[in-house]
Design a protein around this ligand. Structure first.
Ligand code: F6P
Length: 381
């Protein structure tokens, strides 16, 4: 209350959504916007397509009218991109646009920016804090891999979609006596594959946190055949790797972490990118090998972007509304440089320094892992 400017003047807040889209982004924009405008009397400005909108001052009007009717709508009305403030492609060149972003912030006399996004967004938001801006973030991603929060906006909906898809694959796998491999998104974390795998009763669940041995997967499937069940469902996370592949990939990551200087970092990044490209289509290669090892016909369904689309579930709407509301209160209190996290029943403001650059993967002693093992799911190890 000591700052007279904030008592007497209307606060102006920019909002952007960055990274891959996810169900519940609009619910978060609405949750923040309604509280910011209705409860606190603030003005809000939407910036288009992530950090690019701030860099290029590409805006859209956000008021009570534009916020109406978006709660149930998938995607983001603001658009999104994976552009980074410090390395943005402009006219064919990669440029540091941080100063442009600061100028946009000053031009519109903003008091704060709300950045809604996943792990990459948290890092980029911290960069803007270091450039002197007042920033608050919300955690959003279907991967559920943002550090310091139990939940991320979009995960609950994606979990429902992936579970329903695997449920449907069960009946066709059963009818044709096949192995069906469902590739589930999640980047380098196994939350979505593990959650959907347990919920849908997949027979095998493979996640990045537990590198697999295809021999042990084949043995589990052959055991089912001996017991009279000649079909199986495998839920495989897109980031899952076999034991050799995981060792090689970890080596690349370690090289990147140890890299000194821009040149070494770029070269390590290029190697990781090449390894990621090679990994695409991994589920198809895995299916061929499994078919050879088990003698059962194997098919692959890549669930892909369907997991990110459409109406958010009630849990995501509720989470988005609560986090958005809390962010509006934080702006009103002039508390910046934090991510609004959901921890147990609480909503907490966590310093961005604790979140940026961290990834929340599935701990190997997590209760979901125990649950999967206890109901006889093969985890590939
Ligand atoms: O982070 C969400 C996510 O859907 C990941 O699960 C996936 O690896 C990635 O985004 C796909 O990214 P893009 O939208 O850039 O293809």
């Amino acid at each position: 209350m000591g700052d007279a400017r904030h008592v007497t003047s209307t606060k102006r807040v920019g909002i952007l959504t960055a990274g891959g889209d996810s169900p519940g982004l609009n619910a978060a924009i609405r949750g923040f916007g309604k509280a910011a405008i209705g409860k606190h009397g603030m003005r809000i400005l939407g910036f288009r397509d992530g950090f690019r909108g701030l860099a290029e001052d590409h805006r859209m009007r956000l008021d009570s009218a534009t916020l109406a009717g978006i709660l149930t709508v998938g995607g983001t009305i603001l658009g999104t991109s994976r552009d980074k403030p410090h390395r943005m492609r402009v006219d064919g060149q990669v440029v540091d646009m941080t100063d442009e972003i600061v100028r946009t912030y000053e031009r519109h006399d903003l008091d704060a920016v709300l950045c809604i996004g996943g792990g990459g967004t948290q890092k980029n938001a911290l960069r803007l804090v270091q450039a002197g801006l007042n920033v608050i973030t919300l955690p959003k991603t279907i991967d559920n891999d943002v550090a310091e929060t139990d939940a991320t906006i979009g995960f609950a909906t994606a979990l429902e979609i992936a579970t329903e898809a695997i449920d449907r694959l069960h009946s066709t796998a059963h009818s044709h006596h096949r192995i069906i491999i469902a590739e589930v998104m999640g980047h380098q974390a196994g939350w979505l594959a593990l959650g959907a795998g347990i919920a849908s009763g997949a027979d095998v669940v493979l996640i990045p946190e537990i590198p697999y041995d295809i021999g042990s997967v084949a043995r589990a499937i052959k055991k089912r055949t001996r017991q009279g069940t000649n079909f199986s469902i495998v839920a495989i996370a897109e980031g899952a790797r076999d034991q050799t592949g995981a060792r090689l990939y970890e080596g690349l990551i370690a090289r990147r972490v140890a890299a000194k200087g821009e040149k070494e970092k770029r070269s390590a990044d290029a190697e990781i990118e090449a390894a990621d490209d090679d990994h695409a289509g991994h589920a198809i290669r895995f299916a061929r090998q499994l078919e050879t090892l088990t003698g059962l016909e194997s098919r692959v369904t890549i669930l892909g972007y369907v997991q990110r689309g459409g109406t958010p579930s009630p849990i995501d709407r509720l989470l988005a509304a609560r986090l958005g509301n809390a962010a509006a209160d934080l702006v009103a209190e002039d508390r910046f440089g934090v991510m609004v996290a959901s921890v147990g029943e609480d909503i907490r403001a966590v310093p961005l320094e604790k979140v940026a650059g961290q990834r929340k993967t599935v701990p190997v002693d997590h209760p979901w892992i125990d649950t999967a093992r206890n109901v006889g799911t093969c985890l590939g190890d």
